[in-house]
Design a protein around this ligand. Sequence first.
Ligand SMILES: C[S@@+](CC[C@H](N)C(=O)[O-])C[C@H]1O[C@@H](n2cnc3c(N)ncnc32)[C@H](O)[C@@H]1O
Length: 379
Amino acid sequence: MEQSDFRKFEEDARSGDIEQYCTKTQMASLSDYEKLRYRNMKKNYEMMVKMGLPAQKPEFMKKQIKNPSTKQTDFASEEEWKPSSSKQNIAQKPTFMQRSKKKRRVKHTDDSDEEWRPSSEKAKKSANPPVFKLLKKTRKAKSEKIEQTCADEKSRKKEENKEVHRYPQRQLPRTNYMYLEVPDDDEFIYCEDCEREYEGDCPVHPCIHIYDSKSTTKSEERSMETLPEGLSVRESRIPNAGLGVFADQTFQQRSRFGPYEGEVTTDPDKAHSTGYAWQIHTDGTTSHYIDANNKIKSNWMRYVNCARNEDEQNLIAYQYKGQIFYRSFKDIAQGTELLVWYGQDYGKDLGIDRLDIKSLLKPRYINGEGRHCTYRVVE
Ligand SMILES: C[S@@+](CC[C@H](N)C(=O)[O-])C[C@H]1O[C@@H](n2cnc3c(N)ncnc32)[C@H](O)[C@@H]1O
């Protein structure tokens, strides 16, 4: 399918009717993004049927609601097409920070029929994924402690999501590692221009990789020495934030930096304590952390500060094949400080209240690949 056709198809999908498959309450609980996703699934299915292609009916479409008062299970929870591993680990309530787990993905191939992967294929793929081998090993070896911590964190998030608090909220543990919601599969990269994901990278708008400078030092200077050409570290423009990274030249949109270097740890307490650790996910759960606290073992990315609002944010962090990269989603002018979003918990710890996260017009540029599309309210 031509790209322009695909765009038109996506626009048409926004007007698709999914109301017949859920109750009013379920409808109201879905974010606009979720609604769009279900509409897209419905349209995809209908289009494939129309084209005479073998298509598997999305699970949610099989359960048409005749009587809205009939008790139903949660609409979103009926997504049997979701890989079970990711499904277990995803909070049921859609939140702004919750990345869409089922987006249009395009595999790198010349065969345009690959654009839509039916759920059964996806399920097969998840059952035997070609990647994450290294992480899976790490996962097997991970201590009970980390599993417990992840379980604690999930129940804490569940608590936070409750709309009515019958008891005063207890003091929550400090969460100061940086956090990304990562899906079951981190080998896809979102393209802002095409508004969809590609395996590896967008063939039309590929990232420009900015390589670290080589460092031979084994001293504390190492992290600074790895600074790529065109960047410098100096005092941040953000009051009391310490050092920050500045552009000494213009960096185009889709400049990619990384990976974020540091020590790998499975100890959440250690990761919590430093303020330089990114959380890494495998199959939707935390598997380990990359902690850049040690300057001898980390690179320059440890100096990138947290954006206080969407306007000043110019980088998004994302996990790709078990590593963290930063990518510019707009041109970065010379003299500008590079700023990324660390995640809501860390943001809160820094006293940053991202109003754009809470507003009805959802943020366009947060972390992860689902957050930085040009978001539109479609109702
Ligand atoms: C990953 S480090 C960033 C580099 C750090 N500025 C430095 O000098 O090493 C994270 C720490 O930087 C500071 N920081 C980052 N963004 C900030 C912000 N928006 N406001 C205040 N402090 C910030 C906080 O002290 C935080 O714990």
